[in-house]
Design a protein around this ligand. Sequence first.
Ligand code: PXL
Length: 271
Amino acid sequence: MKKIVSVQDISCYGQCSLTVALPILSSYGIETAIMPSAILSTHTSGFKNFTVLDLTEELFKILNHWVDENIKFDAIYTGYIGDVRQFDLVSQAKERILNKNGLLVVDPAMADNGKLYPALNEEIVLGMRKIVAESDITIPNITEACLLLDVPYRETYDLEFAKGLAYNIAQMGPKKVIITGLTVTKGKISVLCYDKENDEYIYNEENICKKSYHGTGDIFSSVLIAHILNGDSINDAIKKSMIFVIDAINKTMDDDSHNYGVKFEQVLNEK
Ligand code: PXL
């Protein structure tokens, strides 16, 4: 049984970060530990006056205790990080609690639709660059890919532009760069992976969904990591993760009162 630790916040309400990563990874038979980076009343997109309790100092204590207990993981999966000190924590965790052939997977969850999330700033972008450089796999959306490379965000672009982003992020360090949320063909949503070890691009397209929702990036990353840890090829893992997210959106779209996240639980029950 594979063992993973996920470093991201608990948004107590809103179907994102740890409240989606934990159930999804567990349902795929992966033992999942957590390093809750902060506790927020809700996520920060679409809710006003959310509360935040930072847990940075606690995370260092948790790490030290796990080192004393000789606890190790097959993967570390990071998502939204709200405090710059936590980038060092991730680097230390890689050194101290990741198995020799373990994977550091960084979803640099910090921006969407051309904008940083409301509570974040440029220092977070710099920190994300540092842990992306140390990662084995990174999963930015197109906005995050532009921020990682300091390239101006564009609403329209072609596949060559996306390939350039993926290639250049791979030069920062990671072996695989998976860019999500691309629209290079009208009416389609796509994901592009650059696999540096095989010097190959893997491209998948699906029909676009009529609505977009918060938290779908976290769901995509969690399903993707589950498939990778369970031994699927990267292409199969990407395809299955795309279908999972699209199914979850389809199950949510007819409920106008449910606009803060998607009903991924129903997809989990059917798989
Ligand atoms: O889904 C990314 C995410 C995670 N955690 C928090 C967020 C966001 C996006 O806004 O605000 C707290």
